[in-house]
Design a protein around this ligand. Sequence first.
Ligand code: GRF
Length: 210
Amino acid sequence: MTGERIFRIGVLGSGKGSNFVAIADACAAGSVPAQVAVVVSDVAEAGILSRARERNIPAHFLPPGKFRTKLDEETERSYIEALRAAKVDLVVLAGFMRVLKDAFLGAFAGRIVNIHPSLLPSFPGLAAWKQALAHGVRVTGCTVHFVDAGVDSGPIIGQQTVPVLDDDTAETLHQRIHAAEHALYPRCVAALARGEITVQGRRVVWRTAS
Ligand code: GRF
């Protein structure tokens, strides 16, 4: 026992939760030196909640309020409170389908990360793999980035390339990007938990802890 406090992660998601599973299982296996302290979803029946409960991780549905693409002020406060109550060091967005506003960004400044299914800054926004296929790029991938007030626009922490194959459909390409995400996201979260990541303006520097 070192007596050191374990790094605590709060995960927000609206969907299946496969990235959450990759991170939670990497924590359990010890390759990410952290613990998922809480999972919060805006969708009552989201797979991410059941997958968290299967792992005995506290999981809450918090009703999203009156808007479709963001949280209203009161709702946003309930999200902040749930994450603060769990004493999280890092907020990990894993398929959370709402834009976070100033109160939330301020509450966890510099401590919110997201994964996006393209090589940003190409193809921000929805269905990025479809955008990549329609554009005809030969290489796409996924990006882990800090969250700022824009859409998929914060400083880039890590990227993983994925080739676009001649016979790819939107579905096959999406599946390969998803598989790349499951390797990239735990690697980035591990570096954050180890304190190996610093931000210099838009540039994120990885420093291997000695
Ligand atoms: C991922 O493709 C991620 O890039 C995007 O949302 C999806 C979440 O998938 N932000 P899952 O719920 O982790 O399976």
